[in-house]
Design a protein around this ligand. Structure first.
Ligand code: FAD
Length: 314
């Protein structure tokens, strides 16, 4: 099923992201994790990919297993930086053969030491080019990345939004955002996107923090800022990962509750292949925001209208 249909039809769509593990044993564990999270009714699982292409087939195979054997819709990430059009077309053929229906089209960060072009061949650089190619060659549902706080390569938030518009104009049907720790960045991003004429669903990406070192690394990579109060708490807890994980669950729960009250169409969790934090967050959200909200029954749909300022036009 195309992911755009979830956002169009359902009151609320939860999803989560996983990455391809290295060993077969870890892949089996990942499938157990996904099966555990299935009890909470996620509508799809997205599987990351790497620009160096070494794991490309694994991304597609895991996405196919999730869809066909675990019974949850899936979405394969596809990066285009330094890839040729021919390579991308081969990727799309493989995805089609495996029965996948959705692609998250990304530029990706160039692999270390790589040049951005391949002699004699047309290479792709930007996700908007990838969206255009996918649209021209296939019938996949297409999502793209959004960057509420700008991008580590480009802190100019207005330019990042204009570049997002190129992706939507090329055919992207929904946007999943980079992680953020202050919801105001998300609300501001959605509002400015709407003013620019971007009217596809924009879905917040939420990271349940697992350790201080990890969140600092991710923040540096993604350009996400840590609010001073969160920074203080992380400093206080230092390397006590168990306590940091608890803090991460509480913090993400508060972020989710606020987003849900504001009427978001869905939440995408950066699960990092772990189920404990996401499960704890679902438990904290309680029945109002979990199973009952996930049914197709229109009687549980929330009304959208003037009370949903961030999503009025989505
Ligand atoms: P683009 O939209 O192409 O933008 C890249 C940069 O180029 C930006 O600075 C943009 O402003 C600029 N730009 C865009 N178009 C133009 C243009 N026409 N002219 C000039 N400048 C332009 N990375 C991975 O490697 N694998 C993954 O699986 C992965 N999954 C992700 C999932 C999500 C939900 C998110 C938010 C990010 C993910 N990333 C992943 C990280 C992502 O690849 C990086 O953030 C990357 O640097 C930007 O990707 P993009 O698709 O937004 O790029």
């Amino acid at each position: 099923m195309k992911i755009r249909e979830f956002y169009a039809r359902l009151p609320l769509t939860y999803s989560f992201e996983v990455f391809p593990p290295k060993t077969d044993d870890e892949i089996r564990k990942l499938y157990d994790t996904i099966a555990e999270l299935k009890a909470w009714g996620p509508r799809f699982v997205s599987v990351t990919s790497r620009p160096d292409r070494s794991q490309r087939d694994k991304t597609f195979q895991i996405a196919a297993h999730v869809k066909h054997n675990l019974g949850i819709e899936s979405m394969a990430h596809l990066t285009c930086v330094a890839a040729t059009e021919d390579q991308i077309c081969q990727d799309l053929d493989l995805a089609r053969v495996l029965g996948l229906e959705n692609i998250l089209a990304l530029s990706g960060d160039p692999p270390k030491g790589s040049t951005q072009s391949v002699a004699g061949e047309r290479t792709l650089r930007y996700a908007s080019q990838l969206v255009a190619l996918i649209k021209q060659r296939s019938d996949f549902g297409i999502g793209v990345a959004g960057h509420p706080e700008g991008h580590s390569e480009c802190p100019d938030k207005d330019k990042v939004l204009r570049d997002l518009q190129r992706k939507v104009d090329a055919g992207a049907e929904f946007v999943i955002t980079q992680l953020f720790f202050d919801n105001d960045h998300f609300y501001d991003f959605v509002e400015r996107a709407q003013r620019l004429g971007i009217h596809v669903p924009i879905i917040p990406g939420i990271l349940p923090i697992l350790s201080t070192a990890q969140v600092k690394r991710f923040a540096a990579l993604s350009g996400a800022t840590l609010p001073p109060s969160l920074e203080r708490d992380l400093k206080r807890l230092g390397n006590d990962d168990a306590e940091v994980q608890k803090l991460g669950i509480d913090y993400a729960t508060q972020q989710c509750l606020d987003l849900l009250e504001q009427g978001v169409l869905g939440i995408h969790f950066y699960s990092l292949n772990r189920s404990a934090s996401v499960k704890a967050i679902f438990k904290n959200l309680g029945p109002r925001w979990t199973i009952a909200q996930l049914t197709d029954n229109p009687s549980v749909s929330r009304s959208r209208g003037p009370d949903d300022p961030t999503l009025r036009d989505l």
